[in-house]
Design a binder for this molecule. Sequence first.
Ligand code: HDD
Length: 695
Amino acid sequence: MAKKSSSAPPVGSHTGNGGELHQTNTGPGRLTTNQGLPVADDQNTLTVGPRGPQLLEDFILREKITHFDHERIPERVVHARGYAAHGYFQAYESHTELTKAGFLQDPSVKTPVFCRFSTVAGSAGSHDTARDVRGFSVKFYTDEGNYDLVGNNIPVFFIHDAIKFPDLIHAVKPEPDRGFPQAQSAHDTFWDYVSLSPESMHMLMWIMSDRAIPRSFRMMEGFGVHTFRMVNAKGESKFVKFHWRPMLGTFSLIWDEAVKIGGADPDFHRRDLFNSIAMKSFPEWELSVQVFTEDQANGFDFDVLDPTKLVPEEIVPLTPLGKMVLDRNVDNFFAETEQVAFCPSHVVPGIDFSNDPLLQGRLFSYLDTQLSRLGSPNFHQIPVNKPKCPFANFQRDGHMQTEVPTGRVANEPNSLDNGVLREDPAHGFTTYPAQESGQKLRIRTESFADHYTQARLFYVSMTEPEKRHIAGGFAFELGKCVEPKIRTRMLGHLNLIDQDLANKVAESLGMTGKADSIEPVVKVREPNPSPALSQYTKAPNSLAGKKIGLLTTDGVDAKLYKALMKSAKAEKAIVEVITPTIGKIQTDKGDEITPDHFLSGAPSCLFDVVVIAPSSENAGMLSSQSAAVDFVRDAFGHLKIIGYIQSATTLFDKASVATDADEGVIDVTGAKLSQMIDVAKRHRIWDREPNVRAF
Ligand code: HDD
């Protein structure tokens, strides 16, 4: 007889629990098959003799492997990589005059929300810091049904009309013959397509700007993009544009930093969101709307139905509605984040659509895509998608029906079930009765024809560093295009947007004077700058939510360590300790510190601010590590505020960073630490940039 090898001890029950949201491993319990049969041995298959063939009879093996074989569902065709959390939304006050939407009436009510952030182009396993638009989707579980606000972190879109969406996405996704590049717009098919679609110019300016490489989901704005309607109880309607503003302020990465983070921590954004919520540092956003009437809209020099245009806040300021707080991480990534299904067609009474042709196409696409992605018209029964208010109708059956509807009747009207389910004209959703008439046409309206003025508006509203980064973004991406004709075409468009920008990009590419001549359909106008478009003009002077990396060694100065921890806490920032080895270190006073990272796994790009403070005994050892040299050099190149103590000077010499290089390199000995904390609130030393990255 073969000796039976030991099977793993029971680790917990994982039982179906009748549609409850959370299936949990509830501590020691019995491992069973999906049929509830207790499993005696989950480590060994059934064989004939100890080395003999496996038996087909082994239903335990087959059930386990079959389930595993079918674990994956199709990833989203766009926005495949995302991360989400639960939270709530609370209105500041009643907004009765504006809308009858129930969740905006009572400031004492907290409406549960589920919010998913995403990148667009990359597949589910791509890295977080790709240059891309970020999705910003919020599902409000209101008492009147689920309301989905499915937006982006950029207020405009590439195209006017949903019929172009498959082409746009095919162009940005990996090229179909070779299957690369992954999660990048820096390739020929994308730039060929957009350079042939002048309506993309405004969005391209945003995509090449710092907005496309956010520092954190927590530091990112969100926009509904389209013009929507709000309708009050009297039936009066106004147009609105939705805005989410992060309470921490809007911050971004530097491009070179984003590229390096992609390698050092591909999960940078999701880890950041998860950890912040786990540490109870809950991210918050203010929801606002720009409200305007149809008459006002008719007076604008752009069409509010055109999703490539924004309404400058200087023309229509924001009206704050309330605040969203994300305060709970998901229990299970697949069950919630992967299976959540957002649809712009999920609205509640008081919120309605406009005739924006992109929006109208979206109203079809999302419901449709969920059918193949989630495999059944019953995807609303998946816990994360299920309304939290009661819902009932006579829709029946279908794949994966998990409810058990009772009763003899599945139709209405009927006289057999005592009329239990009936329409409710008083409270039910009614479409705003907008007056519409006209011929059926397949044309592009002339009111959408100005593709350059708002692209220019964006550029002229930027600060100098932001302008530099836009030029750098264009140069980088066009430099990756192999076909020269794509570059010359794009330079032609840039000439129409801003001469200085076009010159900088052409010069960087070594293509001065090589632009195509492009005739705009309508004359480009000179816009008034909109300071609200610049993220750094309105960025708060603050360290809140940021991360300080302390690169140190055994024997670290206990006083400095404690003072740094204290100052960071006061500013709502955190400190993480990086050492050449990951084992515990001791301070010069003998206290133990467990480092958060070891040096080769934690380059300075992962931190907002760095402090370099080795003990004098270990300073030589630290400066012999190339990872430490890179740490300092990169922090300087990424325009970070760098604190140091005298023992770090050899390392600075090796990194060719002068300890008196500029106001951002600061000796933090003693009282000077508070000076560094003050400067660090400025996020970056922008004036350093021309010295480290010639343009
Ligand atoms: Fe879309 C997903 C945002 C235009 C078709 N879109 C998707 C997601 C976001 C957006 C945030 C991810 C939702 C999630 O987290 O699950 N999409 C936008 C914005 C647009 C936009 C702000 C323009 C203003 N989208 C757009 C168009 C179409 C689609 C014009 C098609 C006609 N979008 C989809 C989709 C996706 C999607 C194929 C893929 C996965 C999904 O819906 O659930 O239906």
